[in-house]
Design a protein around this ligand. Structure first.
Ligand code: THU
Length: 192
């Protein structure tokens, strides 16, 4: 770890079920928080100076090789991280969430691999993933997947993917290509 982690605690009442928050244990949440705080310190953001860290908790069946060092007792091989990477050509910069998810996808993870997401910044408010990141994450997360947003003090709020992106468009919405081709051919035949 390159930073000392704060005490992570909820900023608003949360519902626990069997000692879990959206299926996430206290130990997993601690590791998720530590890892996105650590990732934040590695962000490349010389233009905005707005550091963002993201962490993706893998389902136990989806673990990969370790990608970070941590003092946590939780196996870090179960967590993939990212930080924002900016660019002198400003729009080219990439958010922390997309860096983390892109890394995970390249490691072979897909829909069903992810148990929770963590996001941390240096502000007192809670930074939620931007619109583009919500859509990017939606491709690979279940709508019930919790996204924990940590403020600079380690306080957090949580919302599910479906809450952050209601009525969303995802791969499940696209009909099979064959079906689309048939519809278009039928349409063309009607005009001819
Ligand atoms: N940023 C993220 O990395 N994630 C978000 O969810 C919001 C914004 C980054 C993009 C840019 O590098 C900096 O924060 C300021 O917008």
């Amino acid at each position: 770890m390159t930073t000392t982690s704060p005490n992570f605690s909820p900023a608003e009442p949360v519902t626990e079920k069997d000692g879990l928050i959206h299926g996430v244990s206290a130990q997993e949440l601690q590791a998720l928080g530590e890892q996105c705080f650590d990732a934040k310190t590695r962000a490349y953001c010389p233009y905005s100076l707005f550091r963002v860290g993201a962490s993706l908790l893998l389902e136990p069946t989806s673990s990969t090789a370790p990608n970070s060092t941590s003092s946590s007792t939780y196996p870090t091989s179960h967590i993939i991280t990212g930080g924002n990477v900016e660019n002198a050509s400003y729009p080219v910069g990439t958010c922390a969430e997309r860096v983390a998810m892109g890394t995970a996808v390249l490691a072979g993870h897909r829909l069903g691999s992810f148990k929770a997401v963590g996001v941390s910044t240096d502000i007192v408010d809670f930074c939620s993933p931007c619109g583009m990141c919500r859509q990017f994450l939606r491709e690979f997360l279940g709508l019930e997947t919790p996204i924990f947003m940590f403020n600079k003090e380690g306080k957090w709020i949580v919302r599910t993917m479906g809450e952050l992106l209601p009525l969303s468009f995802g791969p499940d919405v696209l009909p099979p290509r064959e079906e689309m081709r048939k519809t278009q051919e039928e349409d063309k035949a009607k005009v001819a």
